[in-house]
Design a protein. Structure first.
Length: 155
């Protein structure tokens, strides 16, 4: 994300996304951006007068934007600083991806969509990432709503 360009953010299917990201193994994908994130990016680009090029730039102590971009090290320093402020003392880069995946899963997002979001080639990788385990009590097929129809079949 440190090298994210303003033109990398485009609308696709009536939703904003970071488009044409190249991941490990060179697969290309697009990552959707929540509306609240896009609004924050709009505020930043308007306030910083960024019209093109790299989205994230250095800001001096006086508040003026300078330079053409930041490095991944700068991003990591900022993430670690804010993690420390909320009481997270140990943090690795993949912890952020795993947390995003687990929050999506807890919110009921389909496993396939989480797989696309993370750019995993295999759904098994996503399952491993989430620490998925099959639950035999209150299973997913208990909730598909066929009980009443099925009851009439067996009378």
């Amino acid at each position: 994300m440190a090298k994210l360009q303003l033109q990398d953010i485009q609308q696709r299917d009536e939703h904003w996304a970071v488009v044409d990201l190249v991941g490990k193994g060179r697969p290309m994908r697009s990552v959707p951006i929540p509306n609240w994130v896009k609004a924050a990016l709009n505020d930043w680009t308007n306030d910083a007068l960024i019209l093109d090029g790299r989205l994230f730039r250095c800001v001096s102590r006086t508040g003026s934007v300078w330079g053409t971009g930041i490095t991944e090290k700068v991003v990591w320093h900022i993430v670690r600083r804010y993690a420390s402020m909320v009481g997270v003392s140990r943090l690795a880069p993949h912890d952020c991806r795993r947390t995003c995946a687990r929050l999506c899963h807890a919110a009921g997002v389909e496993l396939e969509q989480i797989q696309f979001l993370l750019g995993h080639m295999s759904v098994e990788t996503t399952e491993w990432y989430l620490g998925c385990e099959q639950r035999l009590c209150n299973t997913v097929n208990d909730r598909i709503g066929l009980e009443a129809q099925a009851a009439g079949l067996f009378r």
